[in-house]
Design a protein around this ligand. Structure first.
Ligand SMILES: [Zn+2]
Length: 222
């Protein structure tokens, strides 16, 4: 899953309006943020295999540290504890814990049988990625709902708050559609998957932090 994880972060703003959108996005994206550096370090592996599923050309041969249910629970507890220690803000803490855990659930729905319960444990996956229409339908509906909840919660204070946000949403949907329909296969895991993934993750979080700071909470929420 790709933009479905962003949907969870956008939606969480409704529940935890005082938490920066960047933090609310980092939680459901955490497994995918850890994955590129873990690939570069050689702790996890992936193989390029276009026959694996219709949507994704990747066979996730091993990613227990970023993507097992047990490790997701560990990351969730760690991230939530650090956030609570700094802010003492319960809604944000809960949104982070549930957000990190949601990654496993959503990837379990989309992936083939890749998703381990714990490092070395049995792997599961419902394989929504075998259907292009099903994947697009589910993820776009989730994304629209998440963005809509964010718009209900915040309003732009200035141009950055308005156009920075709109450009972010447009870019996400465009790159999601491009990736889904692209027939081009990556050749190098490090150069074409891990490094771009790492850089894109950092850029998307900083960008979200930036436009979110230029949006105010709707009066009913302040
Ligand atoms: Zn993932």
């Amino acid at each position: 899953m790709f933009i479905g994880h962003f949907a969870v972060g956008f939606a969480a703003k409704r529940y935890a309006p005082r938490t920066s959108l960047a933090v609310l996005l980092a939680a459901p994206l955490l497994s995918d943020l850890l994955w590129p550096p873990f690939l570069l370090l050689g702790w996890e592996t992936v193989r390029i295999d276009p026959a694996r599923t219709k949507v994704s050309p990747l066979n996730f041969t091993s990613f227990p540290w970023s993507h097992s249910l047990l490790m997701c629970a560990v990351w969730a507890a760690l991230f939530a504890a650090i956030y609570y220690w700094i802010t003492r803000y319960w809604p944000g803490t809960l949104a982070i814990a549930l957000g990190v855990l949601s990654h496993w659930l959503l990837d379990w729905i989309t992936h083939g049988k890749d998703m381990p319960l714990y490092p070395g444990g049995a792997k599961f996956g419902l394989g929504l990625w075998n259907s292009v229409a099903g994947t697009l339908g589910v993820e776009l509906a989730m994304f629209a709902t998440g963005v809509w909840l964010y718009v209900l919660t915040t309003k732009a204070r200035d141009r950055i708050g308005r156009y920075g946000f709109v450009a972010y949403v447009v870019l996400l949907v465009a790159s999601y559609l491009r990736d889904t329909f692209s027939s081009q296969l990556p050749h190098s895991v490090k150069a074409e998957i891990a490094w771009p993934g790492l850089i894109a993750g950092v850029v998307m979080l900083i960008w979200a932090w930036w436009f979110d700071r230029h949006r105010d909470l709707k009066p009913t929420l302040t």
